[in-house]
Design a protein around this ligand. Structure first.
Ligand SMILES: CC(C)(COP(=O)(O)OP(=O)(O)OC[C@H]1O[C@@H](n2cnc3c(N)ncnc32)[C@H](O)[C@@H]1OP(=O)(O)O)[C@@H](O)C(=O)NCCC(=O)NCCS
Length: 177
């Protein structure tokens, strides 16, 4: 399954989901180094500067089993986050979902909710039937977002992250045709 076969940007009422470009990397570096964003996103603690960002851009633009898009506020043309489908597997018609609204001034305005809806529509259009994700159990904002959308918790696990053990929920959503 080729993640790039359908057109981008994906346009919603308030957000446009579009590919990343090199000038976006300063934003990505800022989000990666924001402790609150990084903790929610379960990103690793290591250094993330210009070199790592370039590597990230190359890796995400080339990967066929992955669709990574920037979340831009349509009417301001401002990049505020990223979202992805990874591990896209045509055989099992499944993928993992991720979202980060890196600009904290935008939290609580429904940006993630709209983005999630658009990404699930895209996933269904790609022929995917099951979407999974991992979320820290204490990430109330994210858990509420996913539950409200219809994801349910399959199981709880504990993962080593940032020098500690983090209780996670593995959630999934079945997409209808
Ligand atoms: C989690 C995250 C994506 C949510 O983004 P957002 O744009 O603020 O989310 P929305 O405004 O669409 O709100 C989604 C839901 O969160 C819930 N919510 C909002 N504020 C909340 C709060 N303070 N506490 C608990 N739940 C809250 C609401 O249920 C809301 O749904 P509603 O508007 O229908 O009531 C964003 O906070 C983020 O990027 N955090 C850091 C990275 C991260 O945690 N990513 C998820 C990894 S699994």
């Amino acid at each position: 399954m080729n993640a790039g076969a359908l057109p981008v940007p994906i346009l919603g009422e308030r957000v446009a989901l579009r590919p990343f470009r090199r000038p976006d990397l300063l934003h990505v570096i800022g989000w990666r180094n924001d402790p609150e964003v990084r903790a929610g996103a379960l990103w690793p603690e290591g250094a993330f500067g210009a070199r790592e960002a370039e590597r990230w851009l190359r890796a995400t633009s080339r990967a066929r089993a992955r669709l990574t898009l920037g979340v831009e506020l349509r009417h301001e043309g401002r990049l505020v986050g990223l979202t992805n489908l990874s591990g896209i597997d045509g055989g099992s018609a499944s993928a993992h979902f991720g979202i980060v609204v890196g600009d904290r001034t935008c939290w609580g305005r429904g940006i993630a909710r709209e983005t999630l809806g658009l990404m699930m529509e895209r996933a269904a259009a790609m022929g995917l039937r099951r979407i999974t994700l991992e979320v820290a159990r204490d990430n109330a904002r994210a858990v509420a977002l996913y539950e409200r959308f219809g994801f349910s918790t399959d199981r709880h696990v504990t993962r080593r992250h940032a020098g500690g053990l983090v209780p996670l929920a593995i959630m999934s959503l079945r997409l209808s045709r």
